[in-house]
Design a protein around this ligand. Structure first.
Ligand SMILES: Nc1ncnc2c1ncn2[C@@H]1O[C@H](COP(=O)(O)OP(=O)(O)OP(=O)(O)O)[C@@H](O)[C@H]1O
Ligand SMILES: [Mg+2]
Length: 213
């Protein structure tokens, strides 16, 4: 049984087709890259997989359970899609702490350790509204990984990162894969796709087309 399965998924918005009868199977322990031009449906695909949107037809099945039927959201997913709604007047740590309290699974130390891992200073008193773009991106990565989520859905995770930070996050994702975690990512930088992904799919004519590596 695939970890994630899209079975004949169709989705359109006000008559504009985005996906038509898409079949897509994700196995555990691999890195998948999704590519396609602006507006082709990469973020919509990830929203369907995360249960933020539902297909018009077809099913999205995670670990054998159909989203919207057996369960609302997949469990244990770390997600970056669009910019998360941070509390602008709080520090990065306080924002992550507020998110961590939802599940109450991890300690303050774990939050701080994760912030260091992505290149943020957990002791900084700087408020998120004064964060640079790259710092906000690192905070988004931190929230997606801080609870050791086993499946990572990362929409443009490398956006706004400097070269060293890109290398750092690439290495982190490689380590997660070695640990058996599953990662889906998008990037407009072909190099990210080439060096990281085991399987690459391109959105073409409302379908996911496997790209030969
Ligand atoms: N909630 C929505 N309501 C109406 N249209 C939507 C909605 N979400 C996405 N769309 C449309 O679906 C299409 C695909 O959008 P999507 O955000 O998935 O593109 P993308 O491939 O992620 O693009 P980019 O590379 O710019 O991030 C776009 O035309 C967009 O306008
Ligand atoms: Mg997008």
């Amino acid at each position: 049984m695939p970890h994630i399965l899209l079975d004949q998924v169709s989705k359109s918005f006000k008559g504009a087709t985005i996906f038509e009868n898409v079949n897509f199977a994700v196995e555990k322990g691999k890195i998948y890259g999704i590519i396609g031009p602006n507006g082709s449906g990469k973020s919509v695909l990830f929203k369907l997989i995360c249960g933020f949107l539902f297909p018009d037809h077809g099913r999205v099945i995670v670990d054998g359970e159909e989203l919207g039927v057996n369960k609302r959201f997949p469990s244990d997913f770390g997600i970056i899609i669009d910019r998360p709604g941070y509390i602008a007047g709080k520090t990065g740590f306080d924002n992550l702490k507020a998110l961590a309290l939802i599940r109450n699974k991890i300690s303050d130390d774990k939050i701080k350790q994760t912030m260091r891992l992505v290149g943020l200073d957990p002791e900084s008193t700087q408020k998120v509204k004064h964060y640079s773009l790259g710092m906000k991106q690192k905070l988004a990565i931190a929230q997606a990984i801080m609870e050791d989520q086993q499946t990572l859905i990362l929409d443009e995770p490398f956006n706004a990162l400097d070269a060293d930070s890109v290398e750092n996050i690439r290495n982190l994702l490689r380590k997660f894969k070695e640990e058996g975690r599953t990662i889906l990512l998008t990037s407009h930088n072909q190099e990210d796709i080439d060096v990281l992904c085991d399987e690459v799919y391109r959105i073409n004519r409302f379908k996911l087309e496997k790209v030969k590596k």
